[in-house]
Design a binder for this molecule. Structure first.
Ligand code: CAO
Length: 455
């Protein structure tokens, strides 16, 4: 795809991915990682929390994932595609971490946890509300053991009537306002494939943690960090809350509903593929759409590019026609305009449309399938799509670190097997003696005793 979409202009503009001043005398990436020295007690599971701790691990934090003996993070076995191997669900969310198995509800397990709390800088968890307290790990207890510790949580809802609820991705998308504003006007609310509830909230939490660590440098104190999934989704939907308030002052003129003379109700409607900003856009068919479900392109009729659009699609008369020349005049005619542009895009592949529009500064975006993304060479080269090798499942593709730091280069390392690092964490990180480790294991706290009995 890279070859097909690279235009003469984009080639001429090509620059290294990131150009920032270099302050250190060492070569790029040789100063270690941004979060070197930060140790995380990772009590996360499923998607939201693991997204957060994976990011921190990519930036160099030592992330110790504490998992329940037996099965560990439930996603290890969910949506399994290779019998007996950790699922892609798990492996793609838990890179660069170490795993220790620990029954946190046992006496010996709590002894290990206490030492982990005293050794780590941050505890990250996304258990159901109250679960951490029920384990005995209240904020007061943690703070007494380690006043510098940052305790970071993902919950479904913040304080309020729903704070006790368990929440998964789509629940958050619905409760955060995304679903009511996604989809077509004449259809039901829709959830989106982007995991804005889980991965989106994990991102928010990661920022909160880094800020809390930064503040700790000044105060010496840890603090609690909460990222509620409803809040995270709403934050990503803020333009829709903007539109809700604009409704009080008249119709939302950039919504195609306006051009079609359909009155607005009391709440922001679903806007189909209308663009969320001030530049009208829509998804248009391209050559091959009859058989290829992704032969489409997003086309934006950005005002400064209007004359070039008119010339390109063979409608030069629209440049001076008072019904089309100015953005405000075009608003009630958007459907007709996009139908006309589509008659042109349907004669070309999405990549041909890209290649013709890019040099003219007409913003367009091909609808890329996951297959095309997986095969996209430039994403491989930038480290955004990486191939990882795993001892039980073999090679697989993953999304690498989407955030690039010029002096903290991310190496994506495979996810840990369940309990793979139990011994080294007990001895090297926590300093337990051989006798103590034997006692902890014999108690069943790490699951080894049961495993041996079963074998
Ligand atoms: N040793 C012993 N017990 C452990 C343990 C360990 N190492 N790890 C977890 N447990 C226990 C917990 O303490 C909890 O016990 P109690 O219910 O007795 O307090 C129990 O396991 C179950 O934890 P949970 O309620 O968090 O898990 P669940 O599968 O029932 O719910 C989820 C999952 C995601 C709905 C819930 O954790 C949640 O709402 N989390 C917050 C929101 C969130 O992150 N959602 C995103 C999930 S990704 O789509």
């Amino acid at each position: 795809m890279a070859k097909k979409t690279a235009t003469a202009k984009s080639k001429a503009k090509a620059k290294p991915a990131l150009r920032l001043p270099k302050l250190s005398s060492k070569p790029w990436g040789q100063d270690g990682k941004a979060l070197d020295g930060v140790r995380i007690l990772d009590f996360t599971h499923v998607q939201s929390g693991p997204t957060c701790t994976q990011l921190l691990a990519w930036f160099g934090a030592d992330v110790i994932k504490v998992e329940r003996p037996g099965g560990g993070d439930i996603t290890r076995g969910q949506l399994r595609d290779v019998p007996g191997a950790d699922s892609l669900y798990f492996t793609m969310l838990n890179h660069n971490k170490r795993s220790i198995t620990l029954d946190s509800k046992s006496k010996q397990g709590m002894k290990v946890l206490e030492r982990l709390v005293k050794t780590c800088d941050v505890l990250v968890e996304n258990f159901a509300p109250g679960a951490l307290d029920r384990m005995g790990l209240t904020w007061e207890q943690i703070h007494a053991w380690n006043p510098r510790m940052v305790v970071a949580s993902v919950k479904g809802f913040g304080p309020g009537p729903y704070e006790e609820c368990k929440v998964y991705e789509n629940v958050a998308q619905c409760a955060g306002g995304a679903a009511s504003t996604t989809g077509f006007r004449d259809g039901p609310p829709l959830v989106t494939g982007a995991q804005i509830g889980d991965s989106g909230t994990g991102l928010h939490l990661a920022l909160g943690i880094v800020c809390a660590l930064f503040q700790r440098n000044r105060t010496g104190r840890g603090q609690r960090v909460l990222a509620a999934m409803q809040d995270g989704v709403l934050n990503l939907c803020r333009v829709k809350l903007r539109d809700q308030q604009r409704l009080a002052h008249g119709p939302l003129t950039e919504y195609s509903q306006h051009g079609e003379n359909i009155p607005f109700g009391v709440a922001v409607p679903r806007a189909g593929n209308d663009s969320g900003g001030g530049q009208p856009g829509w998804i248009l068919k391209c050559k091959g759409w009859e058989t290829d479900p992704d032969a489409y392109i997003y086309f934006i009729t950005q005002a400064p590019a209007w004359d070039k659009i008119c010339d390109l699609i063979g409608k030069p008369e629209w440049k001076t026609d008072p019904d089309y020349a100015k953005p405000a005049a075009r608003l009630p005619r958007l459907r007709h305009i996009f139908d006309t542009i589509e008659a042109w895009t349907m004669t070309k592949t999405k990549f041909e449309v890209m290649a013709l529009c890019n040099p003219l500064d007409i913003p367009v975006g091909p609808i890329l399938s996951m297959k095309e993304i997986a095969e996209e060479q430039s994403l491989r080269e930038s480290g955004t799509v990486v191939e990882v090798d795993h001892p039980t499942r073999g090679k697989y593709l993953s999304v690498g670190n989407p955030i690039k730091l010029s002096d903290s280069i991310t190496e994506v390392k495979r996810s840990p097997l369940l309990g793979e690092h139990t011994d080294e964490i007990l001895s090297d990180v926590l300093g337990f003696t051989a006798e103590e480790i034997a006692e902890i294991k014999a108690s069943g706290a790490t699951g080894e005793a049961q495993k041996m009995a079963a074998e």
